[in-house]
Structures are given as C-alpha cells and as structure tokens.
Design a protein around this ligand. Structure first.
Ligand code: AMP
Ligand code: MG
Length: 342
C-alpha cells in the first residue's frame, strides 16, 4: 500500500447540541488509516456502554477494510485490481456489489457527458500524484493514454466486467470513499445505533436519529480553507446525510508556477481548470463523493447548474479571482453556509 497522504482533515465537526434531557458524555471514537487516507468512526449514542460501542466501531472499520479490498486499484488482488490486470485480455467475474458500484459510476459518466469517468485510471497512474516527486507527463504520453479512457470501452455482462483495451484501468478513487462511509454507516444502523459519524478522508456519512440533511441542530461542519493551512473557509450545520469536498489542494504539485492537481479532465488528460474546491451535501455519502468530483470537472457554471438540477443535492463551488476566492451556493445551501472572514 502506498504511503498515507497528509492527515489534515478537510472538514472538522463540532457537535453542537443533543436534546436537552440527554446527559452529555464524551463520544466513543477511533481513528485509523485506510483507503490511502485517514478514517474515523465516532458514536454519540448516550445510552451505550463502552464494550458495545467499541465492538460496533470494530465492525464499522472492518467494513471499510472490506471495501478497500474490493475497490482499491493499487492492488492486483482486489476485485478492481483483477479487472485492471485483465484489461484487453478477458472479462473478470466480480461481486454483484462491485458491479453495482461500477454501474453507478458509469451512470455518472453519462450524466456528466464524461466529466466524471472512472476509466481515467491510466491518466491517474501517469500523473502519479502520490509519488515523492511527481512530474508532468509527456504530452504524447497523455495523448496516447486518452485513447484508453471512456465508458464505451467498458462492457458489463452479468457479473463479468471487461475493459476492452489493453492498458485500461478503473480508478474508483472519486466514489469509493463515500461508498465505504455509507456501508460502514449501514453496519452501525443495523447494530441499532442512533447517532454517529463515519469520516473517510473528508467524505462523511452522518446519522442522527430523526434529523434531515441540512438540519440546524446537529453538527457543525467546517470546510478547510483551500489556500490557507489551518484555517477554515466557512461552516454549515447538517444532520443525517452525506457531505464531501473535492479540492485542488488535496493531492497536487507546483511546476514552473503552475499547480497540477489530482482531479483530471478526461477530455484533455490534464487537471480540470477553473475551480478550486467543491462541497456537496446529499442524502448519502456516495452521492456527495461522486458529485463533488463531477461538479469540479464540469466547472463553475455547468457545475452549479448540475447541482441546481439534481434533486436533494446542495452545494458550493469555489474559484479564484485574482488573489481572492469567490464562491457560489445552491439555493438550499445559501441559508446554511457562513463564510469565515478571510
Ligand atoms: P475526489 O477526491 O473524490 O474528488 O476524487 C479524486 C480522485 O478520483 C483522484 O485522485 C483520482 O483517483 C480519481 N479521478 C480523477 N479525475 C477523475 C474524473 N474526472 N472522474 C472520476 N475520477 C477521477
Ligand atoms: Mg469524489
């Protein structure tokens, strides 16, 4: 497994209020690393004893590891790894669960006219943002790799997935963390827990009994400032649902004054231009994760339009104008988001 990148969280949560008649106590929490990022599971139920809380956290973390083993593209033995290593050769039988996740990903490719595309794997590998000294790939290499990108080169037949061209790679990095957060959250729900948060690298699944997504009584989410380390860009309140931020400051390098970051435009093979960060709030973390990447690639105008047209989705797009940052909010988010003083 590759080294874990900086552990600084994009989003920090402050619990604000529990109901008046609930005795306050410290939540049960555990932090670890998985899926190449930091992971934390926190349980706020007040009527649970320590042993049960820790057993629940064990199960929630085991679920994250299970999904990592299924969906990571940097291991040849994961299901995705096996699909990739047989690209252009033969189809590979995988679990119905992975088939569904790939199908969902391909639907997002269709909905975004290819802006979100999990076949960007060969390009992600060429850019190698996690390398010690990442470099800009040769233009000719990028042009060649672009011929391996596109959902039309993927075929799914029952449980069999086939990448039609040799050298193709699926990369679920833009959706798998949100999915893992949802699944892990599902385990805690089945264990009858009522209040908890699973955070996988800033992709959060929040469950708070009886609350709705943009609920003003539960948790305060702080969005990291895209350009100032240790500072926050703004905050909002949320209840049960998913939230995710995609940014050009998460995995990047600067070469000759130009910032190259990990969210690629599948049309050009280069980092998507024009946007600095996107935050999405949705009913689940899978949607929030996929859409934060998708909207980032679509850019300011088309990205905002996408958010406005998506049912149950709210969000914010941030871009640079000279030395300052400008943001645009979807109507439902306008009432909630408070920008910090820059
Ligand atoms: P996120 O941090 O959720 O925005 O996901 C970014 C990650 O998704 C990158 O590190 C790549 O592994 C992958 N990726 C990059 N560009 C795209 C894209 N246009 N569509 C889908 N996945 C992408
Ligand atoms: Mg994403």
């Amino acid at each position: 497994m590759k080294s874990v990148p900086s552990l600084s969280s994009l989003i920090v949560i402050t619990l604000l209020s529990i109901s008046c008649n609930t005795p306050t106590r410290d939540p049960f929490t555990r932090e670890t690393t998985a899926m190449n990022t930091f992971v934390s599971v926190t349980i706020y139920d007040s009527d649970i004893e320590g042993a049960r809380a820790h057993a629940a956290i064990d199960s929630a973390l085991a679920e994250v590891h299970r999904i990592e083993l299924m969906a990571s593209d940097y291991s040849d033995t994961s299901e995705v790894g096996r699909i990739n290593s047989h690209a252009g050769v033969e189809s590979v039988s995988v679990s119905p669960e992975l088939v569904s996740l790939i199908e969902k990903s391909l639907e997002y490719a269709t909905k975004s006219a290819g802006a979100f595309d999990v076949t960007v794997g060969p390009l992600v590998k060429a850019w190698d943002f996690l390398a010690d000294h990442p470099r800009v790939p040769d233009q000719k290499v990028i042009a060649q790799l672009l011929t391996l990108v596109g959902k039309q080169h993927v075929s799914i037949n029952g449980d069999k997935v086939f990448l039609k061209r040799r050298g193709m790679r699926l990369d679920l990095g833009a959706i798998a963390k949100g999915y893992a957060a949802d699944r892990s959250s599902g385990i805690l729900k089945r264990l009858a827990l009522k209040r908890f948060i699973v955070d996988i690298g800033g992709n959060l699944s929040v469950f708070w009994d009886g609350t709705r997504v943009l609920d003003s009584t539960v948790a305060e989410i702080l969005i990291r400032h895209p350009r100032k380390d240790g500072e926050f860009f703004g905050s909002f309140m949320m209840g049960t649902g998913g939230v995710s931020t995609s940014g050009d400051y998460q995995r990047y390098f600067v070469h000759k004054g130009v910032r190259y970051h990990h969210i690629l435009n599948p049309a050009t093979g280069y980092p998507a231009q024009g946007v600095v960060a996107v935050t999405i709030v949705a009913s689940d973390a899978t949607t929030a994760d996929a859409l934060s990447t998708l909207v980032f690639v679509l850019g300011r105008e088309h990205g905002m339009e996408f958010i406005r047209n998506a049912a149950g989705v709210e969000g914010m797009v941030v871009w640079e104008s000279g030395d300052s940052l400008v943001h645009d909010l979807s109507p439902g988010f306008e009432k909630q988001f408070i920008r910090s003083n820059d």
